[in-house]
Design a protein around this ligand. Structure first.
Ligand code: FAD
Length: 414
């Protein structure tokens, strides 16, 4: 049986490990952290959102971004400090504008494909991750935004996603807790939410019980293809038959060592988790997941007593500092839209989205036949990871002619 290493124990690495295990491989997961899901897969927006599949590579986003650069509390911040990585990434981002439509359609289709796989893995492993199938509601304050949303809806439909236009009255009925005047919205009933950390951590713990090896607290210093195996150096050197790189924002450096270019940029985002400690706050917080397209804010109700609010895109390199002036707009947004929710107890967080300039994840083989990637999922890693994990594991199985797939409950490897 071939022995495959997975570098990274975030959502992409753990779902990859699950799929490889299911294919019958011996699997070792290596991560520099002490536990699974401690970096970007820790406190994200929580949305499993095919309805958020629109890629950012459009002139509309670029123009909006230029306007936002003048505002300190804007959803986008680009640090003026120049770096070759940032400049080359942005040039490639612009070069991808012609692919806006096709990439949006492909992303929507991938997000839909991921739903089944996510659910299958969670139920096989019995993971409780505060899953809520209550749908995702996009809402708009101006007719112009609503017209743009209609254009995006048509593109998402090409990817197979149905979302329903809702009137201001319907919007109020769907989420009575939301305050403000809106011209309308779109409801995607088939979208869902859940806690990415609980899912990742729970799946990893289950895999460990099943015999997958976890090498935590092990930063990969070097990785090389020797011609007959893959050699991975942490505080020791181990040899594997193959490797899948799922190292989030660390993937670019590792790919460089393996002779591949995977131009992931760390696009920072922030979240707050509002602790709904009293009954009045629990009643005043929304049940339905929301997406405010104008403010670029997403929300999820995680169980009865947590309300997650996430947003902002900051280009400031590999920097995880939690800045007060980026957290304040998120808290302010909660106070404006849900005045009955207490913001006395709010937990701030920042994470780095591993984003490709094309906005499409890098999935598949590298230059070497022993090296694979499942990384670069940007703003949608939680949504897409299950689908790409299944794709990459099937490719690995195709190369190594697996022994025999493992039967997990009702699941069987394809
Ligand atoms: C504010 C915010 C909100 C978001 N909201 C959503 C949302 O609502 N829905 C959605 O679908 N997506 C969302 N995302 C995106 C999603 O969270 C990410 O795409 C996803 O978590 C990335 O997972 P990953 O496994 O690729 O990376 P990570 O979770 O960062 O995992 C990578 C792992 O690799 C390890 N690693 C890296 N380098 C090395 C090395 N050299 N040696 C050993 N280990 C290494 C790290 O320790 C880490 O554990 C959001 C992101 C942010 C920041």
């Amino acid at each position: 049986m071939a022995h495959i290493a997975v570098i990274g124990a975030g959502i992409t690495g753990i779902t990859t490990a699950f799929q490889l295990f299911q294919q019958g491989f011996e699997v070792t997961v290596i991560d520099r952290q002490r536990y699974a899901g401690m970096e970007t897969s820790f406190a994200n927006g929580g949305q499993l959102s095919a309805s958020n599949a629109e890629v950012w590579t459009s002139w509309g986003t670029v123009l909006k971004g230029m306007k936002w650069m003048l505002r300190r509390d804007a959803p986008l911040l680009i640090s003026p400090k120049p770096s070759w990585h940032k400049i080359s990434w942005m040039a490639e981002f612009l070069a991808n504008i012609p692919n806006y439509k096709s990439h949006t359609v492909q992303t929507a289709a991938m997000a839909i494909a991921a739903r089944r796989v996510h659910q299958e893995m969670a139920s096989a492993a019995g993971v409780d991750f505060d899953f809520s199938p209550a749908g995702i509601l996009h809402f708009y304050e101006t007719d112009k935004e609503l017209e743009q949303a209609a254009r995006v809806t048509a593109l998402l439909a090409q990817g197979g996603l149905e979302r329903k236009a809702v009137s201001p009255e319907e919007l109020r009925a769907i989420e009575p807790a939301l305050c403000g005047d809106y011209v309308g919205g779109y409801l995607t009933q088939s979208d869902a939410t859940g806690d990415i950390h609980k899912y990742t951590f729970g799946l990893a713990a289950w895999l460990e019980r099943k015999g997958v090896t976890f090498d935590y607290g092990a930063a990969v210093r070097a990785v090389r293809d020797t011609g007959t195996s893959v050699e991975i150096e942490t505080n020791r050197t181990q040899r594997f038959d193959g490797v899948v790189v799922s190292a989030g924002v660390g993937s670019r450096a590792l790919a460089g060592q393996l002779g591949d270019r995977v131009n992931v940029y760390p696009v920072k985002g922030y979240s707050i988790t509002v602790q709904l400690n009293d009954a009045a706050s629990r009643a005043a917080a929304p049940q339905v997941s929301l997406l405010d397209d104008n403010a670029k804010i997403v929300t999820s109700r995680l169980g009865p007593d947590r309300f997650r609010v996430a947003g902002t895109a900051e280009f400031s390199g590999d920097n995880r500092d939690i800045k007060a002036d980026r957290i304040a707009p998120l808290t302010g947004w909660v106070e404006r839209h849900f005045p009955g929710v207490s913001t006395e107890d709010v937990v701030p967080w920042a994470g780095l989205r591993p984003m490709m300039p094309s906005m499409m994840p890098r999935v598949g083989r590298g230059r070497s036949g022993r090296v694979f990637y499942n990384t670069g999922h940007g703003h949608l890693g939680w949504t897409l990871s299950a689908a790409t994990a299944e794709i990459v594991a099937t490719q690995v199985a195709g190369v190594y002619r697996r022994s025999s797939p493992v039967q997990i409950g009702g699941l069987k490897a394809s």
